[in-house]
Design a protein. Structure first.
Length: 97
């Protein structure tokens, strides 16, 4: 089995506020993760990534909120999407910088 692209999206939520998501099914877990997905979900505000969930090789599952990085406990793709969209909503409610 080789890597399979499951989703790639880019859309504008409002002027210059963009969501980009990429999700792959991979034949073996990315180093640091224990599941068969490679992902990047990002919120970009005026060209600056303000929120990102990803599982970069060697780091495992984590999220970036601004310049701060936090561990993330991956359970399912659906939960990942829900958690990301919850953070996107909180960012929008908190007022854009």
């Amino acid at each position: 089995m080789k890597a399979e692209l499951l989703a790639r999206q880019r859309f504008e939520l409002e002027e210059e506020l963009i969501v980009e998501t990429v999700l792959w099914r991979v034949p073996a877990p990315v180093p640091g993760s224990s599941h068969s997905y490679k992902y990047r979900l990002a919120l970009i505000d005026r060209g600056v990534c303000v929120l990102r969930y990803d599982n970069e090789a060697g780091k495992g599952d984590h999220k970036h909120v601004g310049a701060v990085e936090f561990g993330y406990l991956f359970s399912t793709v659906e939960a990942l999407e829900f958690d990301f969209l919850t953070d996107v909503s909180a960012y929008r409610k908190g007022g854009r910088q």
